[in-house]
Design a protein around this ligand. Structure first.
Ligand SMILES: [Zn+2]
Length: 206
């Protein structure tokens, strides 16, 4: 009897909080033996030349559960091919988007925080491939290259054929897992209908 009343008290106190939580805003940590986390915005090695994640304490890859399910589908193909998926960027807090916009207020390079990026919704990732030992597979461009070569449709010349093959393999694995590639960035993959997901203000919403 005592246990029941304790349980009842517990439910009365805590249930309203759990039912008020918005499941669509939850983020999930990306974990797995096929996944390598290498957040470029948590280093100075990015086009902004500054660590924009450090002030916000973001040091891991978080995504929306729907995106996580799609990424998990890619694991068997990655294993079969002896490859790993390297994450350069995942969920990006809105405050980081604002900080990036302050540095580069140009929509050709950074999404305007007033509109938001699909990274702010937790439904986009920037990724590449690596071998089993972590050696990166060569791709047509580096991360955040703004040239025409960054398009997933760019056609490599004979000398760079292997780079386009690696890029196409990445695209094949992730599109078969249910994701779409951005037309201007071979490394950016997102859920279909990404815009229907709400923007998530910060990590505390996870
Ligand atoms: Zn991206």
């Amino acid at each position: 009897m005592k246990i029941s009343s304790t349980l009842l008290l517990f439910c009365t106190i805590f249930l309203p909080f759990s039912t008020n939580a918005e499941p669509s805003k939850k983020l999930q940590a990306v974990e797995g033996e096929r996944f390598v986390i290498d957040l470029r915005y948590n280093t100075d090695d990015n086009f902004l030349k500054t660590n924009v994640y450090k002030p916000f304490g973001l040091d891991h890859c978080y995504v929306h559960p729907d995106l996580y399910s799609a990424l998990k589908k890619a694991e068997s193909q990655l294993k079969e091919k002896g490859l790993k998926l390297v994450f350069w960027d995942c969920y990006r807090p809105l405050k980081v988007q604002q900080a990036m916009w302050k540095i580069v207020p140009d929509h050709r390079y950074v999404a305007n925080p007033k509109v938001g990026s699909n990274h702010n919704r937790g439904v986009a990732v920037d990724v590449s491939l690596a071998k089993e030992d972590g050696t990166p597979l060569s791709m047509p461009t580096l991360f955040d290259d703004f040239s025409a070569k960054a398009s997933p449709n760019y056609r490599c010349g004979e000398a760079e054929k292997d780079k386009c093959e690696n890029r196409d393999l990445l695209k094949k694995i992730l599109t078969e897992s249910g994701l779409e590639v951005l037309n201007s960035e071979w490394w950016h993959f997102q859920l279909p209908h990404a815009g229907k997901y709400p923007i998530i203000e910060d990590l505390n919403s996870k």
